[in-house]
Design a protein around this ligand. Structure first.
Ligand code: UD1
Ligand code: MG
Length: 448
């Protein structure tokens, strides 16, 4: 018998979101709501299972996590949700139940809560709030605790400021004795999980509440709460980076995901978004309007402004932008530069090389000390295959060169401006592939 299992309830209809998409797949910064809950659970144990009611949620989770999916075909309430999973949880000694719509709980708080539950049949999480809203109210009666749902609460109960945070720790043997006793005689006609407390009290089981920080336990039930959760998490992440020595000019317009790593002495200008597993080393500047996703940025990199960088690396002292798109495993090697209106796709720009303006380099490898003239393009796609362009060290590419890939330019070579390069160029050579110019003398006079 394994010790502890964690069941995440994510099968609710989420009707209050008024969205065609399941609630738990809504975004909180750069992840889905459910990601935070699953990551948290997996930090405690690998015995995690998620209860779902839609293929969309099931597919999302299965593609990302090695955890068990359980199905609730009819959404009859949180009590019904836990009950129908009993075959799964009856194998454990303890069962932790998490609401799939409560994403901000910290891993350390989850652990503290579970540790606190060891000597109880059931411990529920609560928080104390000035805005108890529609949360279930915690009613303390002598030694007992019960939860009254907002819709069933009396006016006096509605004034209670301690509310159910939706996370429970049960002794499985105790839960088994009460889970079948709950009914749906309430304002919502649902089987409420919190009703098990009533029966646990009757059986003199030991029940307790564990007070959590309010900001960690807010639930998402409508779009306003979702926006609020996004802002809370964003502020928390920005403050963490500020306290680590990151320089953020405008806290109101910068968004950083929870997995991003940033060194001290990185400067982040207004209107920047940094997502995914991005990593930025000290001395770098991320210019206004830039969006980084899984970007690895070295020391003293200057991203001037309006750069979109995805799954790519900018090494020490490189420079990018303004107005640049760098994507799909591209790399700016040390001291290189890619500038205005440039797109790099799966392309390496070698050390000290430059792609200063108006170019598309796709599936290309540029050696060191290369200069790409304005308007140059690698024609990498022939309609079927993506082909490679190799440009050797110390090459000078004239403006408006088209490289019809696959093609290879030897070291220390050059192309004449306006060339369409269809053949390899040997080392130390000039490729000229354009019509020679003819001048028609006195042409203007003749026209008159
Ligand atoms: C629930 C609690 C409430 C608590 C609040 C904290 C109940 C009856 N009420 O209310 O006391 O203050 O959480 O956030 O439990 N779900 C299912 N299947 C169902 C119904 C719900 O899987 O049939 C899932 C939902 O996807 C959600 C979670 O259970 O992740 C909670 O359901 P929700 O409808 O959001 O309950 P609340 O009204 O928030
Ligand atoms: Mg809820």
């Amino acid at each position: 018998m394994s010790n502890t299992g964690v069941l995440i309830m994510a099968a609710g209809k989420g009707t209050r979101m008024k969205s065609a998409h399941p609630k738990v797949l809504h975004d909180v910064l750069d992840k889905k709501l459910i990601d935070y809950v699953i990551e948290n659970a997996l930090s405690y144990t690998q015995n995690v299972s998620v209860l779902v009611s839609s293929d969309e949620v099931s597919e999302y989770i299965t593609n990302k996590y090695p955890i068990k999916i359980l199905w609730q075909r009819e959404q009859l309430g949180t009590g019904h949700a836990v009950k129908i999973c009993c075959e799964w949880w009856s194998d454990f000694k303890n069962l932790i139940v998490l609401n799939g719509d409560v994403p901000l709980m910290k891993k350390s708080s989850l652990k503290n809560f579970i540790d606190s539950s060891l000597n109880y049949d059931c411990v529920i999480t609560s928080f104390i709030t000035e805005n108890p809203g529609a949360y279930g109210r915690i009613v303390h009666e002598s030694n007992n605790i019960k939860i009254v749902e907002f819709k069933d609460a009396s006016d006096d109960e509605k004034k209670i400021k301690e509310v159910n945070a939706g996370c429970y720790a049960f002794k499985v043997k105790s839960l088994e004795q009460v889970i079948n006793l709950i009914d749906n005689n309430n304002a919502q006609g649902e089987y409420y999980l919190p009703d098990v407390l009533k029966f646990m009290n009757q059986k003199n089981m030991r029940v307790n509440s564990f007070i959590m920080p309010e900001l960690e336990m807010l639930g998402v039930n409508n779009q306003e709460e979702l926006t609020n959760i996004n802002l809370i998490l964003r502020d928390e992440i920005l403050k963490k980076h500020l306290s680590n020595g990151v320089n953020i000019l405008d806290l109101n317009s910068v968004y950083i995901g929870s997995d991003v790593e940033i060194d001290p002495d990185v400067k982040i200008m207004p209107n920047v978004q940094i997502w995914g597993k991005s990593k930025i080393l000290s001395g770098s500047v991320i210019g206004s309007g830039s969006i980084l996703k899984n970007a690895v940025i070295g020391h003293d990199v200057n991203i001037i402004a309006y750069a979109v960088i995805e799954n790519s690396e900018l090494k020490n002292n490189s420079k990018a932008g303004p107005f640049i798109y760098i994507r799909e495993n591209s790399c700016l090697e040390k001291n290189s530069f890619a500038g205005k209106f440039v797109e790099l796709k799966n392309t390496i720009v070698g050390e000290n090389s430059k792609v200063p303006h108006l170019s598309y380099m796709g599936d290309a490898v540029l050696g060191h000390n290369v200069n790409i003239g304005a308007g140059s393009i690698t024609c990498n796609y022939d309609g079927k295959n993506k082909n490679k362009t190799h440009i050797g060290n110390n090459c000078f590419v004239g403006s408006d060169t088209m490289f019809i890939a696959p093609v290879e330019i030897g070291d220390d070579s050059a192309t004449a401006a306006g060339s369409v390069i269809t053949k390899d160029i040997p080392v130390n050579s000039l490729g000229v592939a354009r019509e020679r110019q003819i001048n028609i003398n006195d042409w203007s006079k003749r026209k008159k």
